[in-house]
Design a binder for this molecule. Structure first.
Ligand code: PLP
Ligand code: SF4
Length: 326
């Protein structure tokens, strides 16, 4: 995609674009470069356009601007907090919960989010070549309780439609598979990804398709995105959203309430609000559980039940995500 090729990959360019002086940012230029070396900067221009110029605290900017804090070591913050390696029986497959599996389609994303819990994931060992896919299909047949396949990543929609369609055709051939779920941030940061070829294969499959978007802040929702979401809804796709609770970005009840309202206006239901995973290099985004539960109580008090996302944390030894503060 041209838009992806034109994305910003240099933190100093991002600052220039927004009229910010790196000398006034935390860590200044060397700090930006430290973070960038640990996890490459990547921000599409369509996302940058939704940021407020001259605001170093812009909630969209804070999600993508490298920080010197990423090199701080914090006790308990590790590279694989969810121990996904334990649930990785085959390359490209994560099977942790009884009825559903994740396929890690590609390590690529259209944006690099600084808080990403997969920033250290060994994608190179998990690419989904032809042999890997056949092994996964055999695995599914041997586990008949699995009825839902989740495309994950990286961002699964970074994979070309032709390849996605091939995989879906193979999955459809297994009668046990009822649902295809796609966890993606791509339509959010590049709404033009929702085009005719994508809509075509999403509509052509016999599987029920669910798209779980990843939007953290109401300012991410603009008209372009709303139009793209409308096309997905018209194609019969169920739309959900998950957010990560991020310190200094969306950890205020009025922001989360506004997010839920804007999501629903675009036909998206809030699904999960993830309490932060202790991921190495991202401790500065963590909120504490007491604060998270308070926030949640305030959301319950101000919104209809269907607009309150489930506040959950992922533990490596539980049979599902664990609700906090019910
Ligand atoms: C979150 C997650 C799922 C999906 O869980 P749901 O509760 O169905 O949304 C599946 N597998 C793994 C490894 C996950 O982390
Ligand atoms: S889009 Fe998702 S997988 Fe990619 S960097 Fe952001 S949070 Fe991580």
């Amino acid at each position: 995609m041209t838009e992806l090729r034109q994305a910003i990959r240099d933190p100093l360019e991002l600052c220039r674009e927004l009229g910010l002086n790196p000398q006034e940012l935390r860590g200044q230029t060397p700090g930006l470069q430290t973070g960038d070396r640990l996890f490459k900067t990547l921000v599409p221009r369509s996302f940058v356009k939704r940021m407020q110029k001259g605001n170093p605290q812009d909630p969209l900017l804070l999600q993508v601007l490298p920080s010197p804090d990423e090199s701080l070591e914090q006790p308990g913050f590790v590279t694989d907090p969810l121990q996904e390696a334990r649930f990785n029986p085959l390359p490209g497959l994560i099977h942790k919960y009884e009825s559903r599996v994740l396929l890690t389609l590609s390590g690529a994303c259209a944006i690099n989010c600084r808080y990403c819990f997969r920033r250290h994931f060994p994608y190179a060992d998990n690419s989904l070549g032809a042999g890997a896919l056949q092994a996964i299909l055999d695995y599914l047949k041997a586990h008949p309780k699995i009825n839902e396949v989740i495309f994950s990543g990286g961002d699964p929609l970074a994979t070309p439609d032709r390849r996605l369609q091939e995989i879906v055709t193979q999955l459809e051939a297994l009668p046990q598979i009822q649902r295809l779920r796609i966890h993606t941030r791509l339509p959010v940061v590049l709404p033009s990804r929702v085009d005719a070829p994508l809509l075509h294969w999403l509509q052509a499959t016999r599987l029920k398709v669910i798209l779980v978007l990843h939007i953290n802040h109401p300012q991410e929702i603009n008209n372009e995105l709303t139009t793209a979401l409308g096309q997905l809804t018209s194609a019969g796709i169920t739309l959900f959203n998950q957010s990560v609770l991020l310190r200094g970005i969306n950890d205020r009840p009025e922001i989360l309430a506004e997010l839920s309202e804007k999501l629903f206006a675009a036909d998206v239901l809030p699904y999960y609000l993830h309490a932060f995973d202790p991921i190495e290099g991202a401790a500065h985004f963590a909120t504490d559980d007491t604060q998270a539960k308070n926030l949640y109580a305030q959301l319950l008090a101000s919104l209809p039940g269907y607009l309150v996302p489930k506040l959950v944390r992922e533990y490596s030894d539980q049979p599902s995500k664990t609700p906090l503060g019910w």
